[in-house]
Design a protein. Structure first.
Ligand SMILES: *Cc1c(COP(=O)(O)O)cnc(C)c1O
Length: 403
């Protein structure tokens, strides 16, 4: 417990946590379960190419999402690249996408030969603003909308569907954050022409590396399977180019274990999130980004906006102080993709065009959750944040002197 500002690690005090607390924790299964499922892989001597574990996982994912097709792929980035080809998006086309997202959402478009058309996001929900999408649709050469369900918060799927249909263009989603979440009670995975999930180690559902594409359109699904490789396709259908985004048995094994733990991990995350909210409820200048009321949510992302004027310290100052205590909170996502190379130089027209994105990039931070946290650790993190607020003026002055 810190009493004086000099107790803060940033000013030379003792570090609060001996072990670092990460955002995006790996939720590891018990070793016995891991060994049992991997011994099956070794005895079958079958490592990849649409093996039995992959087939089982795909069926289980279709059940989880209640979707007709789940196509497992190497990772979400490759899933997005294959998706662009499966959707028939021609090279040189422009795709509406938020700049406030993980780099891969945008970079996958570039790999597919497409150009991002950056749109701003909604200040409350952090997902694509329907208003700015409507305006962007007036520009020439738009062939698709790629929405991102950021922090698991759903995009305005009905509105975007309608706008896309009016113009005869595609709409698809980066659902990397939204596994297990619902929109109007229906699982994410059922919206747009297709949706892409990530099973990266930092996601709540993990196969180490991995991902899947989901769609209720069987023809589109068959193109995706053919793009992925000849293994696992049901029919031979023409595709523009092979993608080889295969999914190995080792990935499938980890995925099956993660699926068994999925409900419990969501529940655990929900409790962690609730504890943070409860403990920080009265701290001025902090706003949690919450899932929509009445929907299911994996609660994987404990995301806050910091209002410096009310809290007394900037987001960057808070992050600096917490990181020195081994609380590796993150400034996700900073800067926006419109300010990152190559886009800031190739598409300079967007650099000053996304005020909400820039605003959020300066205020958003993410706190650690998952298996490695517990109530005591969350309380200690919250006590520190409260301490930072209560001593904000003094701390801000000392941080200034340090520079
Ligand atoms: C993790 C993530 C990705 C990339 O997923 P990979 O499986 O690592 O390729 C894409 N978009 C978002 C929003 C992500 O968080």
């Amino acid at each position: 417990m810190k009493r004086l500002t000099s107790d803060l690690a940033v000013f030379g005090g003792p570090v609060e946590f001996a072990d670092v607390l990460h955002v995006g924790q790996i939720n590891i299964p018990e070793k016995e379960r891991f060994e049992a499922i991997f011994s099956g892989i070794f005895s079958r001597r079958y490592y990849t190419n649409h093996g039995p574990l992959q087939q089982e996982l795909e069926v289980r994912l279709e059940d989880l999402f209640r979707v007709r097709n789940a196509i497992a792929v190497t990772n979400a980035t490759i899933g997005l690249m294959l998706a662009c080809k499966a959707l028939g998006l021609r090279e040189g086309g422009r795709v509406i996408v938020p700049a406030f997202t993980f780099a891969a959402s945008v970079q996958a478009l570039s790999w597919a030969g497409l150009m991002p058309l950056f749109c701003d996001v909604d200040p409350d929900t952090h997902v694509l603003s329907v208003e700015s999408v409507r305006a962007a649709l007036e520009e020439p050469g738009v062939c698709a909308i790629l929405g991102v369900h950021l922090w698991g918060t759903p995009c305005g799927v009905e509105e975007l569907r309608r706008l896309a249909d009016e113009r005869g263009i595609k709409v698809f989603y980066d659902a990397a954050h939204a596994i297990g979440n619902t929109i109007n009670g229906l699982s994410v995975g059922n919206f747009g022409d297709l949706e892409v999930f990530s099973f990266h180690a930092t996601k709540i559902f993990s196969s180490g590396e991995g991902g899947c594409v989901t769609t209720n359109d069987d023809e589109l699904a068959e193109r995706l399977r053919n793009l992925r490789s000849s293994y696992g396709r049901r029919m031979d259908v023409p595709v523009p180019i092979g993608g080889y985004g295969r999914f190995s048995e080792a990935q499938a094994a980890l995925g099956l274990l993660s699926l068994e733990d999925f409900a419990a991990n969501c529940e655990m995350n929900g409790r962690r999130f609730g504890r943070y909210r409860e403990r920080l409820a009265d701290v001025p200048g902090l706003r949690f980004i919450l899932p929509p009321a009445g929907e299911r949510s994996n609660s994987q992302y404990v995301v806050l906006e910091v209002d410096e004027a009310l809290f007394g310290l900037s987001r960057d100052a808070i992050v600096k102080c917490l990181q020195r205590e081994n609380i590796l909170c993150r400034r996700y996502f900073t800067p926006g993709m419109h300010r990152c190379l190559p886009y800031s130089s190739e598409l300079p027209q967007y650099v000053e065009s996304l005020p909400v994105t820039d605003f959020l990039c300066s205020r958003v931070m993410q706190l650690p959750s998952g298996q490695q946290m517990d109530d005591n650790k969350i309380d200690a993190v919250c006590d520190l944040i409260i301490f930072l607020h209560e001593n904000a003026e003094n701390i801000a002055g000392r941080l200034c002197e340090q520079q």
